[in-house]
Design a protein around this ligand. Structure first.
Ligand code: VAH
Length: 304
């Protein structure tokens, strides 16, 4: 939101959620309560706030979705349809994120291209493929300005791990600076595409601003890096030498990770609208550690 508010004005970028955010976010600009399952209220908000773009992030992620399939279907599919219908009715430019989780064991994994077989094995992945297909159908049939990026695992300090399979790559930084020990639920050699939150936000804004004429696809892979738990641990040890990692793979998330791409091919995004990542593993690690050190110091917490 900060980047969008700098470009379009604070009052023109409205955040929403089903719960009140942190005071910092709540006091940084317009915030409204909105539930993606409440069609009528969403319609009222879109009309009353003269919404022109809608960026739809409501979803249950991979691992938490497997623990509550009925809720994941509600939020990820029924909620999506509410947003698609309202975007069409109000001629909105609609962004819906997809994910490396939209691929499955029968997809090419290294690298995974934009267009290939997609038979994901999670309700999260199935709902994201459905979102891609529904959005592209409404684009081709009714001209809905549907835009979709398949995100790698997104690494951020501000959002706590939310039931994803890539969440170890966020938790390991917090553990490095608190207990000095991380217990990893994936095998040390599990390679997954990852991206710093800053690259993720910039890609989304640049893609939303790209002229229609440049887009040969409506859904694009975007890539930055791919790393394993052992590689990110080694990079962290350059700053926190005493970091200890024990590997205790849990079958649910290991099986999910083993069905996902190892690397993304994002040639089309680079060619069509000039995508280029800025953060490599070195920059991601030093930025995450610096941000968490600052956060812990502000909160009066010790930094190991
Ligand atoms: C998950 N972090 O692990 C999410 C993401 C790329 C994976 O969609 O479920």
């Amino acid at each position: 939101a900060q980047k969008l508010r700098k470009q379009y004005g604070t009052e023109n970028v409205i955040l929403s959620d089903i719960k009140k955010p942190s005071p910092h976010v709540f006091n940084s600009g317009p915030f409204v309560y909105a539930d993606v399952l409440d069609y009528k209220h969403l319609r009222e908000l879109i009309v009353n706030y003269r919404v022109t773009w809608l960026i739809h992030y409501s979803a249950l992620l991979s691992a938490v979705g497997e623990a509550n399939v009925a809720l994941a279907r509600q939020i990820n599919i029924t909620g999506l349809h509410n947003v698609l219908d309202l975007a069409l009715e109000n001629s909105l430019r609609l962004f819906v994120p997809s994910t490396i989780g939209a691929f499955g064991p029968s997809s090419p994994r290294d690298p995974a291209p934009d267009l290939c077989v997609q038979r994901p094995r999670t309700i999260y992945g199935v709902s994201k493929v459905h979102g891609e297909l529904m959005g592209e159908y409404l684009y081709h049939k009714y001209g809905l300005d549907f835009r979709c990026l398949r995100y790698p695992g997104v690494i951020s300090v501000s959002t706590p791990p939310g039931g994803g399979t890539t969440d170890y790559a966020v938790q390991i930084f917090h553990d490095a600076l608190s207990t000095g020990h991380h217990e990893c639920y994936l095998r040390p050699d599990t390679r997954l595409p990852m991206m710093h939150i800053s690259d993720c936000h910039r890609a989304t804004i640049e893609f939303m601003q790209a002229p229609e004429s440049q887009l040969s696809l409506r859904t694009y892979n975007i890539a930055a890096m791919s790393f394993t738990p052992e590689e990110v641990a080694q990079e962290i040890r350059k700053h926190v030498p005493h970091l200890k990692v024990t590997y205790n793979p849990d079958s649910v998330r290991q099986n999910i990770a083993d069905s996902w791409p190892v690397r993304f091919d994002d040639t089309n995004a680079r060619r069509d609208w000039g995508w280029a990542s800025a953060f490599r593993l070195e920059e991601l690690v030093s930025d995450m550690l610096r941000s968490i050190r600052d956060k812990r110091t502000t909160e009066g917490l010790p930094v190991s």
